[in-house]
Design a protein around this ligand. Structure first.
Ligand code: TXA
Ligand code: MG
Length: 320
């Protein structure tokens, strides 16, 4: 039986012990809930892949509580330190060369010479990582290809009994996953848009490029086109919904028509609020009462890049 529990000191201490023993614990981060396991332990990593039903080639992000833990895992370049000082803790994942003595399971990084590392800013994640004092591999705590969970209840819905413990930290506030930034290339390269907008990265790091989608050989398998798939068909940039579609809107609705119901990601047109609501609202509208989900246009600036990226995957033709 999976238990959902409040984050008391005693619970966090138990969760940290369980992680060290190789068990899986789902915990909140500021982006989405993660399914955590000891990154050094092949069996724990295999259990994560198993719980998610994840293709084995998908490498995992390794989480630690403070930047001083990074050099034991990856080779920190000048630009890596610059990024870490400016954005960590926070919704940014850095892909760097694996350090020679890195203890992380090769299974966790799918045998790649690089490793993705992240320092989450959610206080429960920070305390859990500090108590466990080991690197924690944590993909989003959902079944592979499904929506990322932004609450403890979503984790149970998606993973069922495949996780021993879910630490309940309420709803996550960023709501989309971290931005994945590859620093092994000549120019910093965004592999996945996410909670840290490109504009903010460029203000600190200079020009940042965006990886092209390439389904045949995804550099970051989070780039697979159909991903984050709700059960219902999703249509984007809609201003006229059909009478049976659920309508996911943004900002002012006066130019929008149709829809069996409306849910507004942010009535005031705030992209941060919209990101926080995105996955939970898609879940609510993914209901057999509706013929599909129509989504109103959402600007591409700031967090809009990550929101539109997730929506275009939700709308993509489904993989077999
Ligand atoms: O916000 C987040 O990043 C959440 C929370 C729980 O931290 N985690 C998350 O993990 O979204 P996951 O496993 O669902 O996504 C990891 C992404 C994938 O797109 C994966 O391909 C990419 O990071 N990735 C991991 N290691 C990589 C590497 N060595 N090179 C390139 N991409 C990598
Ligand atoms: Mg994921």
């Amino acid at each position: 039986m999976t238990s959902i529990e409040e984050p008391t000191d005693a619970l966090l201490e138990r969760a940290a012990r369980w992680l060290v023993q190789g068990r899986l614990v789902a915990f909140p981060t500021e982006t989405v809930y993660g399914l955590g396991g000891d990154a050094r332990n092949d069996r724990a990593i295999a259990a994560i892949y198993g719980a998610k039903g994840r293709p084995q080639f998908n490498p995992l992000i390794i989480h630690v509580d403070t930047p001083d833990k990074l050099p034991a895992l990856v080779t920190m370049t000048d630009v890596a330190w610059k990024a870490a000082h400016a954005f960590c803790p926070g919704p940014l994942t850095l892909v760097l060369p694996r350090a020679a003595t890195c203890p992380v399971s090769l299974l966790a990084s799918a045998g790649l010479p690089s490793l993705a590392v992240r320092i989450p800013s959610h206080p429960i994640a920070t305390r859990l990582l500090a108590l466990a004092a080991i690197p924690i591999a944590a993909p989003s705590a959902n079944a592979s290809g499904k929506l990322s969970p932004t609450s403890a209840a979503h984790v149970i819905e998606s993973l069922g009994g495949n996780v021993d413990l879910v630490i309940d930290g309420g709803e996550t506030n960023v709501g989309v996953e971290s931005t994945v930034l590859d620093l092994t290339t000549d120019r910093p390269t965004i592999l996945r848009h996410g909670g840290t907008p490109k504009e903010q990265l460029e203000a600190v790091l200079g020009p940042v490029i965006e990886a092209l989608h390439d389904d045949a050989a995804p550099k970051s398998p989070g780039m697979l086109t159909s991903h984050y798939a709700p059960g219902r068909l999703v249509r984007l940039n809609v201003t006229q919904a059909t009478p049976r579609e659920a309508f996911l809107t943004f900002g002012d609705e006066s130019h929008l028509t149709g829809g069996a119901c409306h849910l507004n990601l942010s009535p005031t047109g705030d992209l941060q609020e919209a990101a926080a609501h995105l996955f939970a609202m898609l879940r609510r509208l993914d209901d057999p009462r509706y013929s599909g989900i129509a989504v109103a246009p959402i600007p591409m600036t700031g967090l809009g890049a990550a929101i539109n990226d997730r929506l275009s995957r939700a709308a993509a033709p489904r993989e077999a």
